[in-house]
Design a protein around this ligand. Sequence first.
Ligand SMILES: [Zn+2]
Length: 343
Amino acid sequence: MKAAILTEQGSLDHLHYGDRPDPSPARGEVLVRVKACSLNRVDLFGVLGQKGVRLRCPRILGRDFAGEVAGLGEDTGGDFQPGDQVLVYPHVSCGHCEPCRRGRDNQCVRARVVGVTSDGGLAELACVPLDSVYRLPPNLSFEEGASVPTTFVTAWHMLVRRARLQPGEDVLVMAAGSGVGSAAIQIARRLGARVFATAGSDEKLALARELGAEHAINYQTEDFSLRVLDLTGGRGVDIIIDHVGASLWDKNFASLAVGGRLVNCGVSGGHRMELHMGQLFTRQLSILGSTMGTRADVQDVLRLIERGEIRPKVARAFPLSEARRAFETMAASDFFGKLVVVP
Ligand SMILES: [Zn+2]
């Protein structure tokens, strides 16, 4: 099969398009013929060896993908047949540890991640654990299906489980053009929130409005914090969905209403900040960390997508032979939604 293979971490020069033996499914695994694989920023950090992402190389990256069942290993039950259209949710829990038994499988202490601890979807074929395989909603293309797992489930978990969003609340979504951002705008709106979003270009601001943001703020040309306070009559927002981290911390902190919750799922803009604990307790703020989501979250997201209430946004597609160009585009951040690689 053809694959994009990372031979060592450090730079995109180590990402090679070439041939690998076809994998065959082990016990409990499903062989997927990949039709589309989306990129996440964490994949870029994996290539570059940044933000603490460690990989054993050679490795085929690609956590989120969609395709057709091409084979089934032993003990995979009868739920799937060859030819079924599926998508892969990459976080695979053990099902036995204490967090798993309590239904918090995203906190599994023995979790594996497809495309990180085993080969992923930047290839024509991939073997994945049965537990990571879900039916592709019939109203989605493979490219859209590949754009669902990490971003939508992460955004859902942040808004619903961590921040416990209530209808009518104000939500500020940072970097609307990102995968998590474009998902969070739609989910928050669907759940009855008023959504504010930030982005770095007028084109992205227009797309953020199209997805449901009532106010879109250009963080390049104005102080988003002052604008948010202005738009909320000085009150601030109830929830901030942030994956940028330290570089936005002061402005985010100033944008929170009393009782506000900031949920963070990424640190592309730095990971250390200074916290004014006096304000933390007197304003009764919550700072919450979040990563990925549970199987229940995956099911919730897929149900809303099947009903057409939320929909992934594909920015651009690249052939597998040009996977490197997809990573370069990711690094330049000049796109809205998800970048997809098609074998
Ligand atoms: Zn577990």
